[in-house]
Ligand binder design. Structure first.
Ligand SMILES: Cc1cc2nc3c(=O)[nH]c(=O)nc-3n(C[C@H](O)[C@H](O)[C@H](O)COP(=O)(O)OP(=O)(O)OC[C@H]3O[C@@H](n4cnc5c(N)ncnc54)[C@H](O)[C@@H]3O)c2cc1C
Length: 461
């Protein structure tokens, strides 16, 4: 008998560790339920993850087995369960965040002392970071190396006769969230992927930044697979395999569109690679600066940003999307992060930690890696990158559809005035939308101040 230790992989299909465990022995699937580890997840994501776990338990029961849930740290729970089921080996999937790897090492030591073997597999990523050089000068270099490594196909669903006939009455709690959650579980994840393959992937490159389309048909412009990928409800090989099939079938311009989707998945892989080789990515600047960055500790500005009340329509629409849906489209995600760290000069860690709490798709690697990139403390080769929130609105939401969807105070304001809101006079703003705030920072002063502060930190002034 073997045990399979479920972690951020609540699925029976395309699960590399589970597939390996069932190859020559019957398997008991187990889940050590750790309240303190789950406490590091935001409450929304935790609620979604626990619903996936319930769906997983139902699936095991349909297959004539069960998910054995025990509360406590894996280093205690796993040796006890190995003893209870007389297991030879505990299988699991590798993780890349330092805290999780430390937990893994503790569990391995405790199991070795109990005479139980362990076997871990690459599952979370298409390419294990150790197969690549520890650092790359830029993303295209990373992508070239990463692209050359062959990718494994998805694993089939585990078969009923490979599972032990166990039954367990314990389960995980099912907390409520403060927002509507998407449907949980593998089936829901696959349905969303199928609808994107049907209606979105063939035009992905052309329309992924079209915010009007994103507001009107959310899963046609982009996939919105991130809440499912980041909680492990669907395997990354399955997503990659489906995109690759679509790529092989596509012709002409469609091929470029589908190719872009596959390319985007490589950003996720690069962020994991970065986290693996730089475990303090979530807390320390990746880049070193000769002088400290003079962040402003402006609580009031930070709170206005969190509420979506900065007087910058695209920033506020993005933040309100985050607050009401637990998701934010990639374009406004970049704009709100740049606005906080550049125009408001608030330390990226404050923004990244707010995202960690609010996002359904929170992922340590992608969140902190992207925040650092946007804050110009990460891997971006440009010294100081500053997104102008007005020109971003004019380029990606020129008819104001996205803003009007999330900022009701501006629903009756003409599109051109929404785009130019931060540059209008106070009198004009009060006449057009008296309920909506004036900008909390001047567009040009904010830009110039950020430029100066970063150049000083870089020793260029
Ligand atoms: C400040 C900031 C914070 C972010 N935090 C997260 C996070 O916590 N979790 C997260 O999954 N993504 C994060 N991203 C990346 C990106 O915004 C989201 O992956 C994307 O918006 C998710 O929507 P989607 O699934 O519709 O994306 P699609 O456009 O459909 O892309 C498909 C998939 O590719 C991957 N992907 C695409 N772009 C990126 C990227 N830049 N970095 C990493 N993966 C990418 C994701 O897995 C995504 O689901 C962040 C980006 C920024 C700028």
């Amino acid at each position: 008998m073997h045990l399979f230790w479920h972690r951020r992989d609540p699925r029976t299909r395309d699960n590399a560790g589970l597939a390996a465990a069932t190859r020559n022995e019957r398997v008991v699937p187990v889940l050590p339920y750790e309240t303190d580890l789950l406490g590091t997840m935001g409450s929304r994501q935790r609620a979604l993850y626990l619903r996936h776990v319930k769906a997983l338990q139902r699936r095991y029961r349909e297959l004539g087995s069960d998910l054995v849930v025990r509360s406590g740290p894996p280093s205690e729970v796993l040796p006890e369960l190995a003893d209870e089921y007389d297991a030879e080996t505990v299988f699991y999937n590798d993780h890349y965040r330092a805290a999780r790897r430390n937990r893994e090492r503790r569990a391995e030591r405790a199991l070795a002392q109990a005479g139980v073997e362990t076997d871990s597999r690459t599952d979370l990523l298409l390419v294990d970071p150790e197969r690549l050089e520890p650092s790359h000068p830029n993303h295209s270099q990373f992508h070239n190396d990463w692209e050359d490594v062959p990718k494994r196909p998805p694993n089939d669903e585990v078969s009923a006769d490979a599972l032990a006939e166990v039954s367990d009455r314990k389960t995980v709690p099912e907390p409520d969230a403060d927002i509507d959650l998407p449907e949980a579980g593998y089936e829901a994840a696959r349905e969303r992927l199928d609808s994107f393959l049907e209606e979105g992937i063939a035009s992905y490159n052309d329309t992924r930044d079209d915010l009007a389309r994103a507001a009107e048909a959310p899963t046609a412009a982009v996939s919105r697979m991130s809440p499912y990928i980041s909680t492990g409800a669907i395997g990354i090989r399955e997503v990659w395999g489906a995109a690759t099939d679509a790529y092989n079938q596509a012709r002409g311009g469609e091929r470029r569109n589908v190719g872009k989707y596959r390319y985007e998945l490589s950003w996720r892989e690069q962020n994991y690679h970065l986290l693996y080789y730089n475990p303090d990515l979530p807390v320390s600047n990746y880049k070193s600066f000769p002088h400290e960055i003079a962040w402003r500790n402006d609580e009031e500005a930070l709170e206005a940003w969190k509420r979506g009340e900065t007087g910058y329509p695209l920033v506020d629409a993005g933040m309100r999307q985050l607050n009401t849906e637990g998701y934010i489209h990639n374009r406004p995600r970049q704009v709100v992060a740049s606005f906080l760290t550049k125009h408001l000069l608030v330390d990226w860690r404050a923004g990244a930690n707010y995202f960690r709490k609010q996002l359904l798709d929170h992922d340590y690697a992608s969140n902190f890696g992207n925040w650092q990139w946007i804050a110009s403390t990460g891997t971006d080769s440009v010294d100081v990158r500053i997104f102008d929130p007005v020109s971003q609105a004019s380029k990606y939401d020129d008819d104001g559809t996205f803003v009007r969807e999330y900022v009701p105070e501006l629903r009756d304001v003409p599109a051109s005035k929404i785009v130019d809101w931060p540059t209008l006079s106070n009198g004009e703003r009060e006449r057009l939308a008296p309920e909506y705030p004036h900008p909390i920072v001047d567009r040009n002063n904010g830009y110039e101040r950020a430029q100066r502060v970063f150049e000083e930190a870089l020793g260029k002034r």
